[in-house]
Design a protein around this ligand. Structure first.
Ligand SMILES: [Zn+2]
Length: 268
């Protein structure tokens, strides 16, 4: 059996533990050298920071009554739990490819409120801070125990959901979704005002720059901007120039491969 892959907070600068008095707290270790602070390069979460939140609580998933989220449990632990409960050898083969992604950070657990989770076959009793690598930008980040509690107990997310992107990339995706909505609404407006044409050009450029639309869509932006009358006011003219420059920059990149999975739906 391979050793269980659990990150130890022995090589980073520990922030003061949170002040939840019911937890057995560990004193922050002194003399932690900043050069060994691997979390310095982690993405900073606006609410939770970038370093683990040490609570001193470290429940063992092998103990009865302790159930961790599937994204917090390694293959070896799942196998051992199954064999302890069922009393038979593990029959499902190697699940390492998807169960060994998590890197649980020791001593960062917080207690879950089972009554607030959406019903599941096995509820989760504790959340741990987890080390992650963003699916989009590949930078490291922490999916915080407190954030999980917020997801599963306040926002009502199911326990089958998981966090695979850093906070920056999640915000970017939300921005893309909002911009697509604006674009699609304006797309269906028959006679667009100058302001609406500029807004649509803005949205289209943002979606090209986010690789949602093909760079061929710069032609649409060009048509929109060319339709703006010469006597439009000064601020509109300057926005117009700014966008034309962005078109030129985008067109210079147009020989590069781009991803345009949904641009066809919008009738380019
Ligand atoms: Zn990211």
């Amino acid at each position: 059996m391979r050793p269980i892959d659990i990150a130890e907070p022995g090589d980073f600068e520990i922030d003061p533990p949170c002040s939840q008095s019911s937890y057995r707290e560990r004193s922050p270790t002194k003399n932690m050298s900043s050069k060994s602070d691997k979390y310095a390069s982690f993405i900073d979460h606006p609410r939770y920071g970038r370093r683990p939140n040490v609570t001193g609580l470290n429940p063992n998933p092998m103990h009865r009554g302790v159930h961790l989220h599937w994204n917090t449990t390694s293959h070896n632990e799942i196998v051992a739990q199954f064999e302890a409960v069922v009393g038979k050898p593990w029959p499902y083969g190697d699940t390492t490819s998807y169960t060994d992604r998590p890197k649980r950070i020791a001593n960062t657990a917080i207690v879950a409120d089972l009554s607030r989770q959406t019903p599941a076959t096995v509820p989760v009793t504790h959340y741990f801070d987890l080390e992650r690598k963003c699916r989009d930008c590949e930078r490291p980040f922490i999916f915080f125990a407190k954030e999980q509690k917020h997801w599963y107990e306040v926002l009502g997310f199911g326990l089958d959901s998981d966090c695979v992107r850093c906070v920056d990339c999640r915000k970017k995706l939300q921005g893309i979704a909002r911009t697509r909505e604006i674009f699609e609404t304006l797309f269906h407006v028959e006679s667009k005002t100058v302001e609406q044409r500029l807004q649509m050009a803005d949205a289209c450029l943002f979606l090209i720059e986010s690789n949602v639309f093909s760079s061929r869509q710069t032609e649409r932006v060009r048509r929109l901007l060319n339709s703006i009358p010469d006597d439009a006011d000064v601020s509109e003219r300057s926005r117009h120039l700014d966008r034309m420059n962005r078109i030129l920059a985008d067109e210079r990149k147009s020989s590069e491969p781009s991803v345009a999975p949904k641009s066809r739906e919008l009738g380019q």
